[in-house]
Design a protein around this ligand. Sequence first.
Ligand code: ZN
Length: 392
Amino acid sequence: MVKNITIDIVGNFADGKTTLVKSLTSESTLRHSEEKKRGITIRLGYAHFLIYKCGSCGSFSRYEKCEVCGSKSDLYYRVSIIDSPGHKTLMTIMLSGATLVDGAVLVIAANQKCPQPQTQEHIEALRIIGVKDIVVAQTKIDVVGKERAKESYNEIKDFLSKNGYDNAKIIPVFAAHNINVTSLIQEIGNFDVKRDESGKTEMVAVRSFDINKPGTDIKDLKGGVIGGGLNSGKISVGDNIMIYPGMFVKNNWKPLKSKVMSIQSEFGSEKSVSRGLMIGLETDLDPSIARRDSLSGSLIVTGDNVPVFKSRLSVDYIPIAGKFDKPIQKGETVLLNVLASKVLGTVVSNLQNKVILNLGNSYLPYFLSDKAIISRKINNVWTLAGSGKIYE
Ligand code: ZN
């Protein structure tokens, strides 16, 4: 059975990330160029590719014809790529979609010492999110000597081990010439994702938009579209949904009630989806409600699931060891990422890492035991500090 997987490709433009993404996605981008012309997928803006598994030698390929032995291969994974900007200040953007990530490719350039500060922070984020499967694409091998390439390899090895990823493979790739990309595909194909559709439906919105062209006749108007993915459970065309926190009306948040009219992914129309696929959900909402990402950060649920929904929450906080001199202080402002939401909170109290936060007007929808990721300011830059389960 074909599975869906969402991976994060983490690294800088300068590290050769763009070239690598191009090399991974060229085939499927061409194949789906017709679909790309349709409104929804083009606005989602995620990259994607397919992984096939060879029936004869068991290798993974990007093509139906095995890249290793030439035999016919069957579709195995549909891969959605979440883009993670390398800039440190954009870290919080990475965290917004992080809950949807199943595995990650870390792009690390051989011509720079590892770890660079943002690489360190990215791996901490992956660990906090609970991503177990990662692989390193070691780039820029062609611009350094043999000696430095080896030194870089050892630095990366050490870095992975220090961060709890001893088993992650390091693949030297030269993506512009397609060298070793197949080895990278083997590792991604081996990412072991477990799927359980039986849990409560929890879709997180990372963006939202209005797909109608200006001047569209009212009878032809399409409803607001929510882009994102499922954290758990499943969602189908025709489902009744609730969107939290909804709209801020008369000083109160009012959840939105809607219906799933269609589901689009980069691979086409979908009837029913679960975790692992980035989708555009067309709703019956007034499209203006979804305009310009106004619903990003929302939580979408079905049935009688009602998330907790308030402006105060308590976190069983686990700080990243050795990163901050002082524990979280009463009165300190911290940045919270919960599911796809990102809000500021003021620390009401911190008793032995039971951190109570006041969110002001920014009500945050969540389920108990969802994870809160906390960033604190160092020199005016939000810096990943730790995480914990929300217990109240
Ligand atoms: Zn083969």
